[in-house]
Write a protein that binds this ligand. Structure first.
Ligand code: ADP
Ligand code: ADP
Length: 228
């Protein structure tokens, strides 16, 4: 699904954010990406969504080399990727419905189809019946679920999350990870960037660790002991 070969990213100004990174996420796999602040996690995600482009090396999504795609094709690529942020980037002056519907409106779905899909997405994240609420009226955990509903509403094959539990307590964080697990069970590939090692240690997924831009490799984590 995602394949990095010898990928380096040097920002204008000279900062080496990623150095000869090799990384492979299989189709249908769920995995964690970890490392200290500044290690390069966000940069790696930005290369996948072509917010940034690699300086050298090859980034491929589903076998397509995305380093070479034209700017015109970037929106088509992004439609296949659900993106979830720590601060969820919700429109606070719009209803929950409007926020979740946004990707479908952009894609030009019919009104009836949009209603059906938004209801389905809100049902999946446990927010059924909150369509008319404003995000400001919701708790932090519920706001994160609105962001997740928006990310999955057009059923992308790949979900990327950048510190999705950063503002949540351990119980809510685990609930969010369980939610990612249900999407993964349905066949969605999931990559979660986080520095919360305690959370990772409680789950059985592969963990990729970045250290100062270098990939330390994947580790299988078992219940009870973290190895990062
Ligand atoms: P993380 O997500 O692990 O905290 P980042 O990918 O955000 O790490 O950052 C990796 C390195 O690249 C850091 O040293 C950071 O300061 C630098 N960096 C990130 N974005 C930019 C940018 N737009 N311009 C210059 N340097 C950047
Ligand atoms: P914040 O907005 O406080 O920086 P977020 O967790 O909301 O933190 O976002 C993490 C980073 O990802 C931000 O620097 C944001 O600009 C960046 N970002 C925005 N859009 C994308 C995208 N499509 N793919 C990858 N990174 C993105």
């Amino acid at each position: 699904m995602i394949d990095f070969q010898q990928v380096s990213k040097i920002y204008p100004g000279g900062q080496m954010a990623l150095e000869e990174v090799n990384f492979h996420l299989q189709k249908g796999e769920m995995a964690f990406l970890t490392g200290h602040s500044g290690a390069g996690k966000s940069t790696l995600l930005k290369l996948i969504t072509v917010i940034e482009r690699a300086t050298t090396g090859r980034v491929a999504i589903n076998g397509h080399d995305i380093a070479k795609i034209s700017s015109k094709h970037v929106p088509y690529l992004r439609r296949n990727i659900g993106m979830i942020f720590q601060n969820h980037h919700l429109l606070m002056d719009r209803s929950v419905f409007d926020n979740v519907a946004l990707p479908l409106v952009i894609e030009g779905f019919s009104h009836g189809e949009i209603r059906k899909r938004v209801a389905g997405a809100l049902d999946m994240v446990g927010l059924y019946g909150k369509e008319r609420h404003n995000p400001i009226m919701l708790s932090g955990g519920e706001q994160q679920r609105v962001g997740i509903a928006r990310a999955i509403v057009n059923k992308p094959p790949l979900l990327l999350a950048d510190e999705p539990t950063g503002n949540l307590d351990p119980k809510l964080s685990m609930d969010i990870l369980r939610l990612f697990e249900t999407f993964n069970d349905a066949g969605t590939s999931v990559l979660i960037a986080t520095h919360d090692l305690g959370l990772i240690a409680r789950m059985k997924y592969r963990t990729f660790t970045l250290k100062q831009g270098r990939m330390l490799g994947a580790q299988e984590l078992h219940h009870g002991h973290a190895t990062a």
